[in-house]
Design a protein around this ligand. Structure first.
Ligand code: WTA
Length: 654
């Protein structure tokens, strides 16, 4: 039987029990943990907080729900996140343990130990203070996947300066916007970034777009690629120089549990990104507990690899805070999955004997396309657990992951969560849960979810509805940075302040398993990256030839969804290949290359309601070749017929 047929055959197998050998050694193998947590979630989370973290002052209470939806957790407790990630491991004699096996694009290797991080974080924390950064000041971080990004984040945490990390794939213009909204006082960036053998100058782009930003007093530059970079006197400093000049000792300052740890901008329904705010004690409790129990982490023996980028929440929670709080040894890879060759991931797993791999379905689908013979060339026998995150995983990809990468030996944890939830919410527990390919299974202990109908919010037993979370959890967002009203409006207005509106559609099967379907708002999920269609639209209309644009996330075999733009040109402008490239370049400049539309449909007009609202639902229908839904509310129903003709023409050309 070929692989293809074997996977077809496995599709018939609907359930996968945790392997006996795994269950026997698992940290959690007794399902009574769910009942224990459900009996008193607040007490259970408080016990987790005390057991998993080092507190300067232990909290005397759990949840404060006196002012919903502005919830607080462990309010009178005091702790420092960087001390929990570093000092306590060093003090316990584990300073020589590797925190990150870092591997650079050109094959460079650096093993960064807990003691190394502890040393550099103290110095960098002092250096930031020398630059005038104080508790409460926001520090931007715009760095590639290098160990310095972890040092920068933890140095901020050490002195109570909330960090605002921007994914390296965003353009400098996006960075500017995020620095401006968060009133950042300092920015830590890099001379240049490497990508597949090329070096992109970063600092000059930062200068061009952020040079005049009033709040920004300091720009710290990490010398990574060694390219020449312009420095402005009195504002710009080199990371290595200020590190060398700084006092080596910086005792961790205990923070209030509710002190802001970071802001992370993510996409919402409008063009303006939302500054998701997380605080210290609750967030750290959530990520430490989930990282330990979802990945069954044994810090002495595991080598864990989360193949995300630190610039997204997955990186914050499961490359930095969760793994370090648990004293884990991780792999950190600077580059792309196909450089220097398409087997690099498997080479790294063999090289570092990784035991746990946490990746996005889009990566798995890419590997399927490249062929099973590539991973087959490497020794993957060290792996014992696989994870998936960022988008629904289709059963075929799940089974390929299970068979080709996990050799049918490794449980798969399909973890559902969001930037807002801080930590994993719906997931299997690998020593307990029987998994079903395509389902994230059930809520983590202490978490309660529900699927409800759109209008009344009544729980639905069968069929699709809106996913909600029923009860506050410690790692939940505390708000949107300086936008309280928008926070309430986005998450807590539809069904009141005691039920968190997720923004995803889901269904629940007869076993109570959750199947997340996708976003219900105008957020597209491209390769596991969250993008606002409104943000892409506003980048496209910035092109001088464009009159109007409507953007949708269209289903895509490789990337889950892909950006498809319907564009109306200004009078007299003829469509051309140059225009396609021009529009794509505009999006790359304003947001980042990853947001460029894959497909552009020239539209003389767009379907609008009588009040002028673009009906994206209809555009999604025709882009994906479905029968059109109700068109009677359109101002001009003929528009759809014209667009359908356009799409048919496009297909003829293919
Ligand atoms: C989607 C990423 C199905 C979902 C951690 C959610 C998923 C959005 C899964 C959050 C999963 C994430 N199955 N869908 N396992 N994980 N999603 O904020 O639509 O970048 O609302 O956080 O990704 O994306 P975000």
């Amino acid at each position: 039987m070929g692989l293809e047929q074997e996977i077809e055959a496995l599709l018939e197998v609907e359930r996968f029990e945790p392997p006996q050998a795994f269950r026997e050694k698992a940290l959690w193998s007794d399902p009574s943990i769910y009942e224990e947590a459900a009996a008193d979630p607040e007490a259970w989370w408080t016990a987790q907080a005390k057991e998993l973290l080092d507190w300067e002052t232990e909290p005397s209470q759990g949840l404060d729900d006196s002012n919903p939806p502005f919830y607080k957790w462990f309010e009178d407790g005091r702790l420092n996140a960087s001390a929990n990630c570093l000092d306590r491991h060093v003090e316990a004699g584990n300073g020589e343990r590797v925190a990150y096996h870092w591997r650079g694009e050109e094959g460079e290797e650096r093993d960064v130990t807990y003691a190394d991080l502890h040393r550099d974080v103290q110095r960098f924390a002092n250096a930031l203070r020398d630059q005038g950064v104080e508790k409460g000041d926001v520090v931007g971080i715009y760095l590639p996947m290098i160990p310095e990004v972890v040092v920068a984040m933890l140095a901020c945490a050490r002195i109570g300066a909330p960090h605002n990390v921007v994914f390296g794939g965003f353009s400098a213009e996006s960075v500017r916007e995020r620095m401006e909204f968060s009133e950042a006082k300092a920015l830590v960036t890099v001379d240049g970034a490497r990508r597949k053998g090329k070096t992109a100058p970063i600092k000059p782009a930062v200068d061009e777009h952020l040079g005049d930003l009033g709040s920004l007093e300091t720009i710290v530059v990490v010398r990574h690629t060694g390219i020449d970079c312009p420095m402005t006197d009195g504002r710009d400093v080199f990371y290595d120089e200020i590190l060398a000049a700084a006092d080596p000792e910086c005792p961790a300052e205990p923070m209030e549990a509710e002190h802001p740890l970071f802001i992370l901008y993510t996409s919402g329904s409008t063009a303006k990104p939302k500054g998701i705010l997380h605080t210290t004690g609750g967030y750290l409790t959530g990520v430490t507990a989930t990282h330990r129990y979802v990945f069954d982490l044994k810090p002495e023996s595991d080598v864990y690899w989360c193949a995300a980028d630190v610039g997204w929440v997955t990186g914050h929670s499961y490359i930095v805070y969760g793994p370090l709080a648990n004293g884990a040894t991780s792999v950190m890879w600077e580059g792309a999955p196909d450089y220097p060759h398409q087997g690099i991931w498997w080479e790294l797993i063999e090289r570092y004997k990784a035991t746990i791999l946490y990746a996005a379905p889009t990566a798995i689908r890419t590997f399927i396309k490249w062929g099973a013979e590539i991973p087959a060339k490497f020794d993957l026998s060290s792996l014992r657990l696989l994870g998936s995150v960022g988008e629904p995983i289709n059963p075929k990809a799940w089974l390929w992951y299970h068979k080709v990468i996990g050799a049918e030996r490794c449980p798969i944890v399909d973890t559902w969560w969001q930037t807002e939830t801080g930590a994993i919410m719906i997931t299997p527990l690998p020593g307990i849960t029987t998994t079903k390919p395509g389902s994230a299974t059930t809520p983590f202990p202490g978490v309660e979810a529900e699927v409800v109908d759109e209008s009344e919010g009544e729980p639905i037993d069968e069929g699709q509805g809106l996913l909600v979370l029923e009860r506050p959890w410690p790692s939940m967002l505390r708000g949107l940075f300086k936008e309280d009203e928008r926070f309430v409006e986005t998450y807590f207005s539809r069904f009141g302040s005691e039920r968190y509106l997720v923004g995803d559609a889901a269904r629940r099967d007869g076993d109570g398993y959750y199947w997340v379907i996708g976003r219900i708002d105008d957020v597209a999920n491209v390769s596991g990256h969250r993008l606002s269609t409104a943000e892409v639209e506003s980048a496209i209309v910035a092109h001088p030839a464009v009159a109007e644009a409507a953007v949708i996330g269209q289903s895509d075999e490789d990337t889950g969804q892909a950006i498809c733009a319907f564009v109306t040109l200004r009078g007299g402008t003829e469509p051309s290949d140059e225009l396609v490239e021009g529009i794509r370049a505009e999006v790359a400049k304003r947001i980042g290359k990853f947001a460029r539309p894959k497909r552009i449909v020239w539209a003389d007009d767009l379907p609008k309601t009588r009040s002028g609202k673009i009906m994206r639902r209809l555009l999604r229908d025709i882009a994906e070749g479905r029968a059109l839904g109700d068109v009677t509310t359109l101002r001009d129903p003929d528009v759809m017929a014209e667009l359908e003709a356009k799409i048919a023409e496009e297909q003829d050309e293919d």
